[in-house]
Design a protein around this ligand. Structure first.
Ligand code: PEP
Ligand code: MG
Length: 977
């Protein structure tokens, strides 16, 4: 049997992989392969597949024997293509070794450059490149990187060696180091390695290569990568690929450069080419933020100069754009970026190196972007005819919509704030907090409930937990593509970078600018959209939405099947939610109205009263308030459905606990404090969540149900008389037995009938129930005989199905998640396999008994995208969530509709199958032409069969046509080959 393929070659003559193979080759490897297939100049290399990472960990960090053979075979191919030999002292091939998971994890795993260098191969580099200094600098960079990443030596040892050498010779800038200095540095690095590891620095290039491969696979399980995966919901099982690629050099002199760019502005989404580069530098110099990068385009450069008060003369001489500095390379780069964007039909984040004026592409990937940019780019690309509206809806994540709802500074408050300085607007949004100078403090302060701004000279991947904890990030160095900027944008956290006007002293924990000295704990505010840094605490507010946002939301509304309602207890919540696009109220928790003003006293009177008469007297005080609330809410919703739930929580939640309150109640009720205390004791429950609550209250105290129904119906009648449309839905909570529902329904209908008679008017209304007790779900057919709607109370349903107290589960749930017992918190995202079954059963049985029954969800899960997808699949009609999650739910519901669209799925499967067939056939073709031909004819007849089967459906036909086109393209390409 042939050995399993673990290594895939890519090079100018084409590659064994392509962009659809991200799961196998990782994002970086798949895109390198794709660029080669597109005839874009990429240094040759090979990718060790992600499955090897899995094998490596399963095998106790060992490789199967066939890996070495496959690596050797591919290394030979790279040598042939590049015309150099690995380890050759005459003309050495040097390699880069980089990680690459299926989704990008910037800076989380390890990279090694200049691999293959030792004092012998270095001579070859000098001969061929005639640059001794460059060769020695490459060697010391390699030793430093390898020593740190592979051999685990702390970076500061090497940093310390550089500073001592610089002090010794009075050198200020790294570029001033001479060959002799660099040789001395290499010697001290060797000593450091020996001291720290008791080993020599490896000089055998093969040993170096395997060390680097080990380190990259090993970095998959480093702490920061684990944290990043957890934060982004990436699975540990994916594994990383290892990309081994021929080195090209951007640091061989002034004809060389390196840069990163975005095909559109990643902060705003503007359709302009946007990027930075450095002359005579290696890749990591651009993102490290140590040198100030220059702009790629002339327009960008002029804008940058204006923002930094740099004169045109100084700009043109010291900081020219690539467009001016190497116009022909710039033109070439423009052609490539356009080709890439057109091919991927998405904004690309590209990395390139220019070696002696020859342009090499080192990476392309879909660029990370701010939420605002995601919306703008998606909408623009539809307008430009690049993508369909469905694609646009899938391009924006519900989380990004969440970010768009993030605060901005209140104009008035900002006007009064003192501007300290300005940096780069690296990631938009407003943040305010107390200054901390390191990631640990940011996390610790957050744990103590404090708000912080993390201030650093520059950030590195180790700062990730602090960046998550802080309200914003401010750095002294770094450009728009620095680590801080890129990571903050991905997180949707505001960030101001490259704030050169601040003298940040991390050791002393101070910031100085002019006469102003700020210390740890002082308040500052930063505006990531303008780059402003302000003194003190500035008030923030939620932003207004722009036209692109409205357009995207309109597309979402047209695409989704689920309606989106809101959980709102006040007219203000209802009005906010309507502004956000809510189509009704899915849950109005009436008890929340009981706490306002003096109402609580009447509620307490009602609970503490000795008899029915006393209770009715107290309820009479409440009915006016309730009617007023219902009137205002129903009016705000203008005929949209409003589900009002009868009183639900256990009564003791309303009772006084403070002696002063007890005294007051005794006075109001004209009884002794002792009597009040006795009543409180009598109402005490051991397990109130499963005690006297929900419909059990309305059954033991029917007068409450009567009062609430009367208030709802009276308000509805009043509004109807005023000509305002209303549609109340009265909901009975916590029903587990149809008799409970019937008992409550009778009171509701009789009371409503009385009110209609009194008012001389009829109003349409529904009576339904919550499904939140497992027995209620299982007997849904019986309940649906009587209930006109079901609203799934997934909070209680989760609590009762899993047997986890919703109030106490936090004490163990995160442990469960850490230990892999639970994947996620079931109170946030519905447990589809367990609780989900109850929802499915109830929906199915409910519909069977009453085909037109209304089905919705009003638990917290109504705002969670994964749960929304599940509810869509269950065939529910609506979800209800908090007002601020309404736009998120609108998009998530559209995505659920798209992702579960059968036609789309068939088309996608056909496309995937063809692209797999393409790469397999290519592989076979390379080995035996006849076998490949055979494979084609089989694929062709398979297509014919598929076509015949699906011919009856117009939409499916479209899918097949799409697939056929792809197939023909492949066929044509192969004919050419
Ligand atoms: C529920 O249980 O899901 C629900 C919406 O009701 P509450 O959270 O008020 O118990
Ligand atoms: Mg409930």
């Amino acid at each position: 049997m042939a050995a399993k393929k673990f290594v895939y070659f890519f090079g100018p003559e084409g590659s064994e992989g392509n962009a659809s193979m991200k799961n196998i080759l990782g994002g970086k490897g798949a895109n390198l392969a794709e660029m080669c297939n597109m005839e874009i100049p990429v240094p040759a290399g090979f990718t060790i597949a992600t499955d090897m990472c899995t094998v490596y960990y399963k095998n106790d960090r060992n490789y199967p024997p066939e890996l070495a053979e496959q690596v050797d075979e591919n290394l030979k191919k790279v040598e042939e293509v590049m015309g150099k030999k690995f380890g050759d002292p005459e003309n050495p091939l040097l390699l880069s070794v980089r990680s690459g998971a299926r989704a990008s994890m910037p800076g989380m795993m390890d990279t090694i450059l200049n691999l293959g260098l030792n004092e012998n191969t270095l001579q070859g580099l000098i001969k061929t490149e005639s640059d001794t200094r460059f060769a020695w600098d490459s060697l010391r960079r390699f030793m430093q990187m390898y020593g740190n990443v592979v051999m685990g030596i702390k970076g500061e040892h090497f940093e310390h060696a550089i500073s001592s050498l610089k002090d010794k010779y009075g050198i200020k800038n790294d570029l001033e180091m001479t060959v002799e200095n660099l040789k001395e540095l290499v010697e001290s690095y060797k000593k450091i390695v020996k001291e720290q590891t008791c080993k020599e620095f490896p000089t055998d290039p093969k040993e170096q290569l395997w060390g680097a491969i080990d380190a990259v696979f090993g970095s998959w399980m480093n702490e920061r990568a684990i944290v990043y995966r957890k934060m982004n919901g990436f699975s540990d099982d994916w594994g990383t690929a290892v990309n081994v690629q021929a080195m090209v050099f951007g640091n061989m002199g002034n004809d060389c450069a390196t840069g990163v760019a975005f095909t559109r502005n990643p902060a705003t989404g503007e359709h302009i080419f946007f990027g930075e580069y450095l002359i005579n530098a290696q890749g990591e110099d651009v993102v490290a933020g140590i040198r100030t990068p220059q702009q790629i385009t002339l327009a960008g450069s002029k804008k940058w100069a204006a923002e930094h008060n740099v004169s045109e003369e100084e700009r043109a001489s010291k900081y020219p754009s690539l467009e001016e500095y190497m116009p022909e390379v710039y033109e070439n780069l423009c052609n490539i970026y356009k080709k890439l964007e057109l091919h991927y039909r998405d904004m690309q984040d590209i990395e390139f190196t220019i070696e002696n004026r020859k342009l090499w592409m080192l990476q392309t990937r879909n660029g990370k972007r701010t939420a605002a940019a995601a919306v703008k780019i998606a909408v623009d690309m539809v307008n430009e005819g690049l993508i369909e509206t469905d694609d646009a809806l899938l391009r924006v994540t519900p989380d990004q919509i969440d970010q768009l709802l993030h605060p901005q500074f209140v104009k008035e408050s900002k006007k009064n704030a003192k501007l300290i300085t300005k940096g780069l607007p690296a990631s938009p949004g407003a943040g305010t907090g107390q200054i901390v100078f390191n990631a640990e403090d940011a996390a610790a302060w957050k744990a103590n409930g404090l708000e912080t701004i993390l201030v650093r000279l520059e950030t590195s991947p180790e700062d990730i937990t602090g960046m998550v904890a802080a309200n914003g990030i401010l750095t002294g160095r770094g450009g728009m593509t620095s680590h801080a900027a890129v990571v903050a944008r991905g997180m949707g956290k505001c960030c101001v970078s490259g704030c050169g006007g601040l003298n940040i002293n991390v050791d002393e924990k101070t910031i100085k600018t002019g006469d102003l000295v700020l210390k740890e704990g002082d308040w500052i505010s930063i505006d990531g959209s303008t780059g402003e840094v302000l003194l003190g605490k500035v008030a923030t507010e939620t932003p207004q939405f722009n036209d692109e946002f409205e357009k995207l939301m309109n597309w979402a509304d047209n695409r989704r099947a689920l309606k989106i309602r809101t959980n709102a207890d006040t007219p203000r919540d209802a009005s906010t939610a309507r502004r956000f696009g809510a189509q009704g109220i899915g849950l109005c928790r009436t008890e929340h109205m009981f706490f306002e003003g003096d109402r609580i006293k009447a509620v307490r009177e009602m609970i503490l009263a000795d008899d029915l008469e006393g209770r009715k007297a107290a309820l009479a005080k409440l009915i006016g308030h309730q009617r007023g609330d219902f009137y205002a809410i129903l009016k705000e919703m203008q005929g949209l459905p409003v589900t009002i739930r009868l009183l639900d929580p256990p009564l003791h939640e309303f009772l006084p606990s403070e002696p002063q309150q007890i005294k007051e109640m005794a006075e109001i009720m004209g009884c002794s404090e002792e009597k009040i205390n006795d009543k409180i004791k009598a109402l005490h429950e051991i397990n109130p969540m499963l005690g006297l609550r929900g419909c059990r209250l309305g059954i033991t105290r029917p007068e409450i149900t009567e009062m609430q129904t009367r208030a709802i119906i009276e308000a509805a009648c009043e509004l109807t008389k005023e000509g305002i449309k209303v549609f109340p839905e009265i909901m009975v909570p916590l029903v587990g037995n149809v008799q409970e529902f019937k008992y409550q329904e009778k009171i509701i209908r009789e009371t409503a009938a009385k009110v209609f008679e009194e008012k001389g008017i009829n109003v349409e209304f529904l009576v339904g129930t919550m499904i939140e007790v497992p027995r209620g779900a299982l007997t849904a057919d019986e309940i649906a005989e009587h209930a006109e709607f079901f609203s799934f109370g997934t909070n209680d349903l989760t609590q009762m199905c899993l047997g986890y107290s919703r109030d106490d589960a936090n004490k163990f749930i995160y442990d469960y998640i850490d230990k892999g017992i639970l994947e996620k918190n079931p109170f946030r995202s519905i447990d589809q396999t367990g609780v989900g079954q109850l929802v499915e059963i109830a929906a199915r049985r409910g519909k069977k008994a009453r085909p037109n029954i209304k089905l919705g969800v009003c638990g917290e899960h109504g705002g969670d995208p994964a749960s929304i997808d599940f509810f869509h699949r269950c065939g529910l009609q609506y979800v209800s969530c908090s007002p601020y999650r309404v736009p998120i739910a609108r998009l998530a519901a559209a995505q659920a509709a798209i992702n579960n669209d059968v036609v789309r799925q068939i088309k996608q499967t056909a496309e995937d199958a063809y692209s797999k067939a393409e790469s397999t056939a290519k592989d076979v073709y390379a080995k035996a032409g006849t076998v490949a031909k055979d494979a084609y004819s089989k694929a062709e007849s398979g297509l014919k069969n598929l076509k015949e089967t699906l011919e009856n459906s117009e939409e499916l036909k479209k899918g097949v046509e799409g697939a056929k086109k792809i197939f023909n393209d492949i066929k044509d390409k192969f004919k050419k080959d």
